[in-house]
Write a protein that binds this ligand. Structure first.
Ligand SMILES: Cc1ncc(COP(=O)(O)O)c(C=O)c1O
Length: 444
């Protein structure tokens, strides 16, 4: 009789070795001799395969991935529809360069983005390779359209690691030693209700006062905002903040750019989180989850703004690669049927309940916040809003040892953020919350 093949138990993480295990450590030693130090790894376990919410390393340890490669594998690792679409495309055309001889997929994806980004105005899109490149292009387009030079980003912002985007980031550490930086970039206060206690209207007025006094409308091309700040610590602005800022931009001919690179495409239970806040940005930036793990990013926006640059002035060799585009079209089809939006909302409710319960028992948790499958808790010295130094990294380290992959965030590195795949069940989250409870108990 043939041996019965037992399927792995995919209901729980499984840690069989030390973390990192011996095989990961051996690869890591080779890596340190060949890969530049500046490319760090949060948890140097070397991944051999991934499936749904799970990643399995070369030592056979299976981790529940609550970071999704920083918000990329939103539909689950190795989403079957996206993989099949990309594989089929690999057999047809892998590259021609859209700016040499175009292909329909690029046009189809622009149509899909025009349908799904907020607002029913006429839109245009371009496709590039990375989030930072989308930000760079949005700045080029906004400057060309307005004829103005200054761009304002918000405190606690993160927009990438290219030279221009380094100038836009809040946290100096990303740019240390890499200057000089691009000029004509200003940072202005954001809305951070847990820390500033302001209403949306008050926070917007503070931002607008800075824009008017320190920059001046005549020189201001664009304001760029992550509607929920990602690396900055999942900072959810107070109600009314973003609509007031957008309204001011519209009134003053300033391009309002929503960086939805981390928040977009189903993550928060809608196509774009701008919908949640009731804003219709002039330009919307996409990347990360758009092609289920293949490199692709986009800028989508009002036709009259997007069409300002002359033919030939936008593009790049790999921008809008046909294989990535095929995967992205499958992502749009997957999102169309609504089940992933429902999953994001379910995850948000579970995290809200679970994290509030932890907050009621662990005084280190100062704030719980988020929308859909983008949730976080901020760790503060009990009874204050002063960041609790070292607590977030200690929790992430404890979790990793117990098979849970957690990401930290925040300008003070005192936030634990959840960016689970939308294939994560309530039972998986229950396991993770239990591990975090135990981690917090070691710090109380
Ligand atoms: C909000 C936001 N904008 C821009 C970027 C940069 O994207 P990329 O790393 O693809 O260049 C990121 C990356 O984390 C991000 O979270």
């Amino acid at each position: 009789m043939p041996a019965v093949r037992t399927l792995p138990d995919l209901s729980a993480p499984s840690v069989r070795t030390e973390v990192p295990g011996p095989r990961s450590r051996a690869i890591h030693e080779r890596r340190m001799r060949t890969v530049a130090r500046g490319v760090g790894s949060i948890l140097p376990v070397y991944i051999e395969h991934a499936d749904g919410p799970w990643v399995t390393d070369v030592d056979g340890n299976r981790f529940l991935d609550l970071g999704s490669g920083i918000g990329v594998t939103t539909l689950g690792h190795v989403n079957p529809a996206a993989t099949a679409a990309a594989a089929a495309q690999l057999d047809r055309v892998t590259h021609t360069l859209f700016t040499v001889t175009p292909y329909e997929g690029y046009v189809r994806l622009a149509e899909r983005l025009a349908e799904k980004t907020p607002g029913d105005h006429e839109k245009r899109s371009i496709f590039v390779n990375s989030g930072a490149e989308a930000v760079e292009n949005a700045v080029k387009i906004a400057r060309r359209h307005t004829g103005r030079r200054v761009v304002a980003a918000l405190d606690h912002a993160f927009h990438g690691r290219t030279n221009l985007t380094l100038a836009m980031n809040h946290k100096a550490a990303y740019g240390t030693g890499f200057g000089p930086f691009a000029s004509d970039i200003h940072r202005v206060p954001n809305s951070y209700p847990y820390r500033d206690g302001l209403t949306g209207e008050q926070a917007a007025q503070r931002t607008i006062t800075h824009l008017e006094q320190r920059i001046g409308v005549a020189d201001l091309a664009a304001v760029i905002a992550e509607p929920i700040q990602g690396e900055g610590g999942f900072v959810v602005p107070a109600d009314g903040y973003l609509p007031a800022l957008q309204e001011w931009c519209t009134r003053n001919g300033v391009v309002f750019i929503a960086d939805e690179i981390q928040t977009g495409l189903g993550r928060t239970g809608t196509w774009f989180v701008s919908e949640h806040f009731g804003v219709v940005p002039d330009l919307v930036l996409t990347a990360k989850a758009i092609a289920a793990g293949l490199p692709l990013a986009g800028v989508t926006g009002r036709a009259e703004i997007m069409d300002a640059p002359d033919p030939g002035s936008l593009g790049g060799t790999f921008g809008g690669n046909p294989v990535s585009i095929a995967a992205a079209l499958a992502v749009f089809d997957e999102l169309d049927d609504g089940r992933f939006f429902a999953a994001a909302l379910r995850i948000g409710e579970k995290l809200q309940r679970g994290l509030s319960d932890l907050a009621s028992r662990h005084p280190l948790i100062g704030d719980v916040r988020g929308v859909g499958a983008m949730y976080a808790f901020e760790l503060s010295e009990p009874g204050t809003t002063r960041p609790a130094a070292g607590a977030a990294s200690a929790i992430a380290e404890f979790a990793a040892q117990h098979g849970i992959l957690l990401l930290t965030a925040g300008s003070d590195s005192n936030v634990i953020r959840f960016l689970p795949t939308l294939t994560t069940t309530d039972d998986h989250l229950g396991i993770a919350l239990d591990v975090i409870d135990r981690a917090l108990a070691t710090l109380d």
